[in-house]
Design a protein around this ligand. Structure first.
Ligand code: BGC
Length: 760
């Protein structure tokens, strides 16, 4: 395709919005008038106070905090979850500060509050926006009951490096899937009306590019060309903001030499000028003073100025705005009008949340938070069940037939760990609610002898003294269920790994139990994709459960025993070995892509092989060039076949639309749900495009033998990308499309985008 193209709206920047709020039809005049009235009465110190976020003190209100709240020097509190303390802080703000502006209470409500859902990467494996929305709604209801009205989620950083511990928190590697699910989360957290007392303001984070941290090491530098930033990293933010996300958090990372927290291009040009965002931007924890550590600014004063000039409205516990912004305005270094705009952004969100009308939570008088309602546990169970991905099932070992099981060996350090199954970011999660796999299996198999051997103290242990007992139990069982992976602490913020194989002696444990000859089902609980090339063939079945949350046990028991069939699909590509990273489906082709004909493994190279001994294509000598499991992959308890793919019409104008239809048939003997995925490639473009891009997906549930036509609509705008000048464009030319059950789908067709017609 060539650059003679039609500009398309697409997922890229829309038309600049008029920032005069009086003229914008979307603006609430009442809110803007109230902001103006407040600003007219505020002193510079009170204005800066609204931009200052402090941390709570675990149910206490130290004198210094109370004084600052009374003086109007605090706009927001995070990490206080005791409802009585939060109400008292609100009382100080509303009744005892001069202007009575309420505080905004924030918390990391990431995948549940008390009731814990799967980690976000697990939620992404459901590929189900409605389920994700419902989970966020549940979390909002639980958190809001404690007085929290702001969550630091969704996290939409693109996760293409599973060494990075925060891959657990993201929604996978794909911009489209992340955007769809992030939008669903925003709708869940914020509800239908932000002013509803159960609504949480969402905070889409970390703007932007954090997922590209070099070497998968947290907080590390990123270098992302603008086209890549706009086509891969920014679209999920845009999707979350279009769903109404009220706030944005900056990233800790340096982007192309300008740390995100001082990046005017991101925070003002893209976010405000191109996208018309009118909520507020909060820094990440202490990330304003860290601008000096990055080497961008001389000191905290200069850091405050750099962040404010770039577009950060609120300082998360960095004390840089509180310490310097007033003086910067007084000296003329920073215009008061700009300060007013920052304050207005914060007040706008507080007004939209209805905090002025209802600053306190009504539940504070309850003696203890009640146990979550059964509906919350049911939703956690359903989410866990839907997040699990079946990666291998040799000889149809699964599902197990409960009635045929006399003796079951449940082995491994993660079979009975109420806390570890919750994963990262569960400060408020209640492990006493957890039902572990062991407990659930015991309950589901009352007639069987279920023997549990931990074998390893933790997932990291090297001490093999427990292996003998595990082997004995395995030898004596009809089936061995091994629960391995990673404890919660091996993923999440600041918890990265350089080698993402099974830690400790876990693989040796697999070898030991397998040697007994008893069929082995491996269940992995982990915060990231692990590199399992050396393990996968040693087990008969492999269920990948991420960290499934409170109801891990019942969900896994249902799947193992066939009360439900696995329907999760990978939201990330699984590498064979760590050294393949980054490996993801939407890569570009290179000039020398690997092929079966050009690939030679080093073990097949003859002695004395010359420099010309391989096919000179792009791969590693010591592993295959394909991933272990592709993006979108997942088995069920039945099989599906695809045929009769057709595109109508076969040509379309750049602003047109085509229908892509395919026949899907359940070719197995059980009812099952297939995730039908649509990928495209623009094979010739003014900027090289990925070999596959996910553009749509849909679940279909089919009875054995049932066949159904699944139809997708592709609009020209869906096929747009940032051209050489960074304008989103749908270029004329050939377009390839594939539909199937994962990113390696082979059933393809083509259509053509025509040159735009001159206006007649
Ligand atoms: C994390 C954020 C989080 C914040 C508040 C930071 O360290 O990067 O994602 O929201 O802390 O807890």
């Amino acid at each position: 395709m060539h650059p003679s193209a039609a500009a398309a709206p697409g997922p890229g920047p829309g038309p600049d919005r008029d920032h005069d709020h009086d003229q914008d039809p979307g603006v609430d005049r009442d809110v803007e008038a109230r902001i103006r009235a407040l600003l007219d009465r505020m002193t510079p110190a009170e204005k800066v106070g609204q931009l200052n976020q402090l941390s709570g003190a675990d149910g206490m209100i130290p004198d210094a905090l109370a004084r600052q709240v009374r003086e109007g020097r605090v706009g927001s509190i995070l990490n206080e979850v005791d409802p009585r303390t939060l109400n008292e802080l609100q009382r100080l703000a509303v009744d005892e500060s001069r202007l009575g502006i309420p505080l905004l209470a924030g918390r990391d409500v990431i995948h549940g509050f008390r009731t814990i859902l799967p980690i976000p990467l697990g939620l992404a494996a459901t590929w189900d926006p409605e389920l994700v929305r419902a989970g966020a709604r549940m979390a909002a209801v639980e958190a809001a009951a404690c007085g929290i009205r702001w969550t630091f989620a969704p996290m939409v950083d693109i996760g293409r490096d599973p060494r990075w511990g925060r891959v657990a928190e993201c929604l996978g590697e794909d911009p489209f899937l992340s955007g769809v699910l992030a939008a669903a989360m925003v709708r869940g957290f914020q509800g239908d009306d932000l002013a509803d007392p159960t609504s949480l303001a969402a905070c889409v984070k970390h703007f932007a590019g954090y997922g590209a941290s070099e070497a998968g090491r947290d907080y590390n530098t990123t270098n992302i060309p603008e086209g890549e930033l706009r086509s891969v990293h920014l679209p999920p933010f845009r999707a979350a903001l279009e769903a109404g996300a009220a706030t944005v958090m900056t990233s800790f990372s340096d982007l192309n030499g300008i740390p995100a927290t001082a990046n005017r291009f991101l925070l003002t040009q893209v976010l405000r000028e191109e996208w018309g965002f009118d909520g507020f931007v909060v820094s990440d924890w202490d990330s304003i003073p860290q601008l000096t550590v990055h080497g961008l600014t001389e000191d905290a004063r200069a850091a405050a100025l750099a962040a404010a000039e770039a577009g950060v409205d609120m300082d998360m516990v960095g004390h840089a705005y509180a310490g310097h912004l007033e003086a910067l305005v007084a000296s003329g270094a920073f215009p008061e009008a700009r300060l007013d705009a920052m304050v207005a952004n914060v007040l706008r969100v507080k007004l939209r949340l209805g905090l002025f009308e209802a600053p306190c939570t009504a539940t504070a008088t309850a003696p203890e938070p009640a146990a979550p309602p059964a509906a919350h546990l049911a939703l956690a169970r359903e989410s866990a069940l839907r997040s699990v991905v079946l990666l291998r099932n040799e000889g149809g070992l699964l599902p197990l037939e409960a009635a045929a099981l006399g003796r079951v060996a449940v082995i491994g350090p993660l079979a009975d760990e109420p806390r570890e199954q919750l994963g990262t970011w569960v400060f408020d999660g209640d492990p006493s609610l957890s039902v572990t796999p062991l407990a659930a299996l015991r309950e589901a198999l009352p007639g069987a002898r279920v023997r549990h051997v931990r074998a390893l103290d933790t997932s990291r242990s090297e001490d093999r003294s427990g292996f003998a007992e595990a082997v004995e139990a395995a030898a004596d069982a009809d089936v061995v269920l091994v629960f391995l992976g990673e404890e919660a602490v091996l993923s999440g913020e600041a918890h990265c790994r350089a080698d993402i194989t099974l830690p400790g002696a876990q693989e040796a444990l697999v070898d030991a139990v397998r040697a007994t000859g008893t069929p082995v089902v491996l269940v992995i609980l982990a915060g990231r994709p692990l590199a399992l090339a050396s393990v996968v063939d040693k087990v008969d079945a492999l269920l990948y459960a991420w960290h499934p949350g409170t109801m891990a046990g019942p969900a896994l028991a249902d799947l193992l025993l066939g009360k439900a069939a696995p329907s999760g699909r990978l939201p990330v590509t699984f590498p064979r070995v760590t050294g393949q990273i980054p490996i993801y489906h939407a890569h570009r082709n290179t000039g020398r892509p690997p092929t079966p004909e050009t690939f030679v493994h080093l073990r097949d190279l003859p002695r004395g092989a010359s420099q010309l001994s391989t096919g000179a294509t792009s791969y590693h000598l010591d592993t295959h060039y394909t991933p272990l499991f592709p993006f979108g992959f997942g088995l069920g308890y039945t099989t599906f076949a695809y045929d009769a793919l057709r595109v109508e019409p076969v040509t379309m104008p750049p602003d047109g639309v085509v229908q892509v239809a395919v026949e899907v048939e359940n070719t197995g003997s059980r009812r099952g749900t297939e995730l039908v995925q649509l990928y495209v490639r623009d094979p010739v473009a003014s900027v090289t495009r990925p070999v596959r891009e996910l553009k749509s997906f849909r679940h279909v549930e089919l009875a054995p033998g049932e066949r159904r036509t699944v139809t997708f609509e592709l609009r020209g705008a869906d096929l747009a990308f940032p051209g050489r000048d960074m304008t989103w464009v749908t270029e004329p030319g050939r377009m390839q499309v594939w539909v199937g059950g994962d990113a390696h789908a082979t059933l393809g067709a083509e259509f053509r985008i025509m040159e735009p017609q001159p206006d007649s």
